[in-house]
Design a protein around this ligand. Structure first.
Ligand code: IVH
Length: 682
């Protein structure tokens, strides 16, 4: 009698099946990545499948086949291009995932070099593009190849010729007779966005990310298409060197490259020791989002070529270099459900409830799906496997769906016909669905109160989101005005509220009563009236009752107020319940300083001017300075340009002051400004 396999030791048959499935999946992903330039899953998911297959093959060597995806590295060259055999193989890099891996790498190097001295490293960004080899003979560009499988690549000479930043003839004359330059061809983020926008407009396929856009562009059989793509290069090493010599340090080779007109990353830095490597990593991780191109890590290279030579290679990677990867920004998870959230203005947004997944350094369990158009575009259903993207501090989003893994049990996402919170009817505005309940809807009320108390509005200390929700749910408050009648007793009875925090809230409310007109207008939460518009309105009207009485035509004389915003403002103040709330707020002591217009004089002497504030002011905060300037009619912007009328420079003013001086923009000190205000009777 055969013994059935127990549940924790899978049968050989089921292992074979899993191996087979993994190979099929990996082959499909390889094809999509290398041939179609349209990956379906993030690299982290690919790595997971690959590691699992490798592990199974290690445990069951008899299952290894020569065509298993584990038996080759990188992509097979495309058939349509000619092939080029690399005279020196194009290697790959070992990876380090954390500080410990990095320290191990440093230790191994020191041991091999038998030294206790700090090692000198060249630190570079790891660009996310396509590795290429460029061959120059007697200073002339001869041919170019992709990395391919490391031994043989595709001949992409014609396509490389179309990239303007790659010199067809090297500058100077001190180059080796034969020189192979290696580097990464990439597409800057802005170019990628532009390309995808054009593709959407033409109803064409969009690229998943800049890397795939670069790969797709470079491997066009028609180089006229490549020529239209925004590609560029950073060169990062030399391959063949014949008939001439290069410097003995990696960083100096790159410096030399620059003199020959080759692009080299400006982020290159030479450091000493492992701690400095770690510092470079931290600094670049912070800078990553603001770089105009995508990087997925740092490459550290031993800087001395003599040391590189003595360290040598293992398998397909040098011992003298390592790639320190940033945490993955993409991960795959399951869409468990979709719920609908009602915002301050009633907009109903679908929110994805996810199987929690670790991505970009945090655990993500929710992501916005924006609107019905987005749901249609993604072709997403409940139960799907989805790719979550979390780049930098940006809110996580569903970037795509793994359609090939769609289970049969998926459900459609259906927009509600009534508000999920207050059951009012909804109205549709293009892709948006909006609850018509207004302040009858408790969700809208909660959001309106949160907004009213937020930092740029009345800035109420001690009033967090959870507390607002409790106050509304328990019907202690209905409108923002009710906040000012709350008592310590009422508040201290709430969940997680002691007497102390209740007192803090009441004190916070007391302090918030004194505000400015522009904050007050912003706090009202009128549709499309953000901070800047509120400041414009406050500066223009200077008096709430005048603003409340203004009609749409008059409102449009205010800077940046067009017919739509004017309509929202007019409608807001026409509604009786809004007027009641405002009256009640004023009755409860909410107040601001009223600046009387200068009699006979011009109340807005700076009207039409554009001002910039910089440095620190002593008699007022920067925000107060900004409000005063706006009240005087100026538009306040953040950067100095030829259009700037004047710069108000406080202490420790830096680059903006320098720029203003260079452009001949008028510069005023705080003292000048105070005198000017006095002269205007402010
Ligand atoms: S050095 C032996 N430097 O990363 C040296 N590579 O995983 C190998 N890459 O195929 C390359 N930025 O496509 C080097 N600053 C950089 C790089 C870089 C990106 C890519 C390159 C290579 C892959 C290795």
């Amino acid at each position: 009698m055969s013994i059935p396999p127990s549940s924790d030791t899978p049968s050989l048959e089921s292992i074979e099946q899993e191996v087979q499935q993994l190979r099929e999946q990996l082959n499909r992903h390889n094809h999509r990545y290398y041939v179609l330039d349209e990956p379906e899953v993030p690299d982290s998911e690919y790595d997971r499948l690959f590691t699992r297959l490798k592990q199974l093959e290690k445990e069951h060597p008899d299952l290894v086949t020569t065509d298993s995806p584990t038996q080759r590295v990188g992509g097979a060259p495309l058939k349509a291009f000619g092939q080029i055999r690399h005279e020196l193989p194009m290697l790959s890099l070992d990876n380090a995932f954390d500080a410990e891996d990095q320290a191990d790498f440093n230790r191994r190097i020191k041991e091999r070099l038998k030294t206790s001295d700090d090692i000198e490293y060249a630190c570079e960004t790891k660009l996310d593009g396509i590795a290429v080899s460029l061959l120059y003979e007697n200073g002339l560009f001869i041919r170019a190849a992709t990395r391919g499988d490391g031994t043989t690549g595709e001949d992409i000479t014609q396509n490389i010729r179309t990239i303007e930043s790659i010199p067809l003839r090297l500058l100077g004359n001190d180059w080796p007779q034969r020189l192979e330059v290696r580097g990464e061809v990439y597409m800057p983020k802005a170019g990628f966005e532009r390309l995808n926008k054009q593709a959407i407009a033409k109803d064409e396929k969009v690229f998943v990310n800049p890397r795939n856009a670069a790969a797709g562009s470079l491997r066009q059989l028609n180089s006229r298409i490549t020529a239209k793509r925004p590609l560029t290069i950073y060169c990062y090493s030399a391959g063949i060197v014949e008939g001439g010599e290069l410097p003995q340090k990696h960083s100096e080779i790159l410096e030399r490259f620059k003199t020959w007109g080759l692009r080299v990353s400006p982020e290159l830095k030479v450091v000493s020791g492992v701690q400095a490597c770690e510092d470079y990593y931290t600094a670049m991780a912070e800078k990553r989002e603001s770089l105009p191109y995508e990087i997925d890590g740092i490459v550290y290279k031993v800087n001395s070529l003599a040391q590189q030579q003595s360290l040598g290679f293992v398998a397909r990677a040098p011992r003298w270099a390592i790639a320190r990867k940033f945490p993955a920004q993409e991960a795959v998870t399951t869409l468990k459900d979709v719920e609908f959230q009602v915002g301050r203005t009633g907009a109903i947004t679908p929110v994805a409830r996810l199987e929690p997944v670790f991505v970009g350094g945090v655990t993500v369990s929710n992501a916005t799906l924006h609107n019905m158009d987005e749901i249609k575009r993604l072709d997403i259903k409940i139960g799907d496997q989805v790719v979550i993207l979390r780049a930098g501090d940006v809110i996580p989003k569903v970037s795509r769906v793994v359609h090939s893994q769609r289970p049969e049990t998926v459900r459609d996402i259906v927009m509600p016909l009534r508000c999920p919170v207050c059951d009012s009817e909804v109205e549709r505005e293009e892709a948006l669905v909006r609850c018509t309940g207004g302040l009858y809807c408790s969700a809208q009320r909660k959001e309106a109160i949160k907004h009213f108390a937020s930092r740029k509005a009345l800035d109420v200390d001690g009033l967090g989101d959870k507390l607002v929700e409790q106050l509304v749910d328990r019907q202690l408050i209905k409108t923002v005005a009710d906040l000012f009648s709350l008592t310590v007793n009422e508040v201290s009875g709430l969940e997680r509220m002691g007497k102390k925090s209740a007192e803090n809230l009441i004190n916070g409310l007391e302090a918030a009563r004194k505000t400015t007109l522009s904050r007050f207008i912003y706090a009202l939460g009128i549709r499309e009236v953000g901070e800047a518009t509120a400041q414009g309105l406050a500066g223009h009207y200077q008096d709430l009752s005048k603003l409340m009485a203004a009609n749409s035509e008059d409102l449009q004389t205010v800077d940046d107020v067009g017919p739509i915003v004017a309509g929202h403002i007019e409608k807001f103040f026409q509604q009786a319940h809004n007027r009641e709330v405002i009256e009640s707020l004023l009755a409860k002591g909410v107040e601001w300083e009223i600046v009387a217009p200068v009699s006979g004089g011009n109340s807005q002497p700076l009207s039409g001017e554009i001002w910039v504030l910089t440095g620190s002011l002593t008699s007022m905060t920067r925000d107060e300075g900004k409000e005063i300037l706006q009240r005087l009619g100026a538009k306040v912007t953040g950067s100095v340009s030829a259009k700037t009328s004047a710069l108000l420079a406080g202490e420790k003013a830096g680059s903006k002051l320098a720029k203003a001086e260079k452009l001949g923009v008028k510069v005023y000190t705080e003292e000048d400004f105070i005198k000017m205000r006095e002269a205007w009777g402010e």
